[in-house]
Write a protein that binds this ligand. Structure first.
Ligand code: ZN
Length: 276
């Protein structure tokens, strides 16, 4: 570079250049639907100028390299460069796996049949209650590694395999631990309303969800979620649980229409849930 040219170049801290394709996702700042969802505003051989963790400008590699100078330059070496995925719905903190149930489903049993027989959520609850926090952490770290390798940078994680006060707390404690350790941004959701635990009376459990539980997890969960489904919570119960959670200051999500349409999506819209 000549001295004159270096003077008019703008200094940034990082440039990523030489991508095969840079997905900028530029476009209207609102949720997209239909064909718009395919529009990723790709720049061939694109580059990004970054200052203080903020994207200053995107463009072709030659354009960015002429306009900006940076101490740290990352050669993408012909790879795809894109924003990280944001995954708003996971259940990655749990113990035990359920591949046996896959076999049952292949021979004709439905998810709801298996749940009624004490499998499904109940089988994961049993194992998640029994596991130590240390062992739960080891399993969760393995899942986090897979997520990172697939390009996700922000992930929501739900509790919901405790269905008792202490195990729900153990799950949320583990979710907080994962957030502390990094590298992902993690959002915690309380899903005590995943189903009714086998040993507790239905009314008693819903009383706990709409009472004591609200205060107990205040600092540990940002969202409150309900599984509105046959074998879990009715529409009326779901609405009651979410309404009290909203009044207590939680943001809402709902598992709506996974197997049967009980009207949960409509309730989610009325209550201002962020997803259904
Ligand atoms: Zn789910």
């Amino acid at each position: 570079l000549s001295k004159e040219k270096a003077c008019i170049m703008k200094k940034v801290d990082t440039i990523v250049y030489n991508s095969s394709s840079l997905l900028t996702m530029a476009g209207p700042n609102r949720p997209r639907a239909g064909d718009e969802m395919r529009d990723n505003s790709a720049v061939l051989n694109g580059a990004v100028a970054i200052e203080n963790g903020v994207v200053i400008e995107t463009g072709s590699t030659s354009y960015i390299n002429e306009k900006y100078i940076a101490e740290k330059k990352i050669d993408a070496d012909g790879k795809l460069v894109m924003p990280g995925f944001v995954d708003p719905h996971t259940h990655i903190v749990f113990a035990g796996t359920r591949e046996k149930e896959m076999e049952m489903r292949l021979s004709g049993a439905t998810y709801l049949d298996i749940l009624k027989q004490g499998g499904g959520i109940h089988s994961t609850v049993k194992k998640t209650r029994a596991i130590s926090l240390g062992d739960l952490h080891a399993i969760s770290k393995k899942h986090i590694k897979w997520i990172v390798e697939h390009g996700t940078t922000t992930v929501e994680i739900k509790s919901g395999y405790g269905l008792d006060p202490d195990t729900e707390e153990k799950m949320l404690t583990e979710i907080a631990h994962l957030q502390e350790e990094g590298p992902l941004d993690i959002v915690a959701t309380f899903l005590g309303a995943h189903t009714i635990p086998k040993e507790v009376d239905r009314k008693e459990y819903i009383d706990w969800l709409t009472g004591e539980a609200l205060e107990r997890y205040k600092d540990k969960a940002e969202f409150w979620d309900v599984f509105c489904e046959d074998g879990a919570f009715t529409l009326e119960e779901s609405k009651k649980i979410l309404k009290t959670a909203k009044d207590a200051g939680y943001k809402l999500k709902i598992h709506a229409g996974q197997f049967n349409d009980l009207g949960a999506a409509g309730a989610a819209a009325l209550l201002g849930a962020i997803s259904a």
